[in-house]
Design a protein around this ligand. Structure first.
Ligand code: ATP
Ligand code: MG
Length: 320
């Protein structure tokens, strides 16, 4: 392999990473968000104050929650995320900090709104300030990523305070704020902790991929990413059986699967190939998971028995 062959590979890979692939859960997420956004805009225009609502996007690690939320906010043409000449920040988005005490979550939310705390305050005062600043910045939605952490290591009493605080944001008498919570299945514990909260939540789940039902969609994705990489997938890569292996290799999660497709294309580029072959997937997975062929889902006969998530984590294949 000559060095000149490698020129432009990082750029080509970057271009692949910038593709956003939609799916049913994302479309549902966007539709619900648009509905709530338009409803809120209509209420503001009419001078009406009504309770806001919450969307909870739930999925396993690597399903694509963080990517979905980022993309959703970024592509709404009428949403003001930052406007240098005004204080408007219609969506404030932040990961739940650790430790997720009521006070620290409040403090981090204030920082995200552009008002870092300079003095020690009580949790109550901090959240009062959060509510004031949400109104001052005309924030319509507050997004917490990794929202399952809101319940981590909490006593039932602390969890109740968190839930009550979240409800009070949506029920604010002057400036109600909608919530977007993205997180893993444990997020359901928080939602179901309180019937009043549950009633205000619209849940959307990223289902795990199905080896058979999602095979066609995966084949289409493979074609799309290959085309964008100027690569032709060989016939074996286009089979239903290969799609099943790929789905399983990505722990049956949408985002992880796309990560593996991009990594295999990178492997093909690095070897100077013009055709994407099974060999590229095998090598790529072997490198990532540091596993023998018997544990490689692109080689093993009984690939469904392999715990690919464990292998990828063990191989420190980070999901960014
Ligand atoms: N819709 C998508 N289109 C293209 N790539 C995606 C999409 N969704 C996710 N990915 C890719 O999959 C990987 C994992 O996605 P993401 O980090 O959003 O998952 P997550 O559900 O937030 O996981 P975690 O719970 O571990 O934070 C990322 O590298 C991302 O680029
Ligand atoms: Mg995430």
């Amino acid at each position: 392999m000559t060095e000149s062959l490698n020129i432009g590979i990082p750029q080509r890979v970057l271009a692949l990473r910038s593709i956003f692939s939609s799916n049913r859960a994302y479309r549902q997420f966007e539709e619900r968000f648009r509905y709530l956004l338009e409803r809120r805009r209509a209420e503001i225009a009419a001078g009406v104050v009504a309770e806001a609502r919450c969307i909870a996007l739930i999925g396993a690690s690597g399903s694509g929650k963080t990517t979905a939320a980022r993309h959703l906010f970024a592509v709404q043409p009428d949403l003001v995320l930052e406007e240098p000449e005004t204080p408007r920040m219609e969506v404030a988005s932040l990961p739940v900090p650790t430790p997720a005490t009521l006070k620290f979550v409040g403090q981090t939310t204030l920082t995200a709104l552009g008002f870092p705390l300079r003095r020690e305050r009580t949790a109550q005062t901090i959240w009062d300030m959060v509510k004031d600043h949400l109104a001052a910045r005309q924030t319509l939605f507050l997004h917490y990523d990794e929202a399952q952490d809101l319940s981590a290591h909490q006593t039932p009493k602390e969890l109740t305070s968190v839930v009550n605080t979240l409800k009070s944001l949506m029920q604010h008498p002057v400036w109600p704020v909608g919530l977007i919570l993205t997180g893993t299945a444990e997020l359901k514990t928080i939602i179901n902790h309180d019937a009043q909260l549950a009633r205000r939540v619209y849940p959307i789940e990223f289902p795990r991929l199905d080896l058979v039902l999602d095979a066609e969609r995966v084949r289409q994705l493979l074609c799309l990413y290959s085309r964008r990489a100027d690569m032709t997938p060989c016939n074996e890569v286009g089979t239903t059986e290969f799609a099943a292996r790929l789905i399983h290799a990505g722990a049956r999660e949408f985002g992880l699967l796309i990560e593996l497709v991009i990594a295999a294309l990178e492997e093909a580029m690095l070897s100077g190939a013009e055709t994407l072959e099974i060999l590229h997937f095998t090598r790529m997975f072997g490198k990532r998971a540091g596993c023998i062929d018997g544990l490689n889902p692109f080689v093993a006969g009984d690939f469904e028995r392999i715990d690919t998530r464990k292998l990828l984590n063990h191989g420190e294949c980070d999901v960014q």
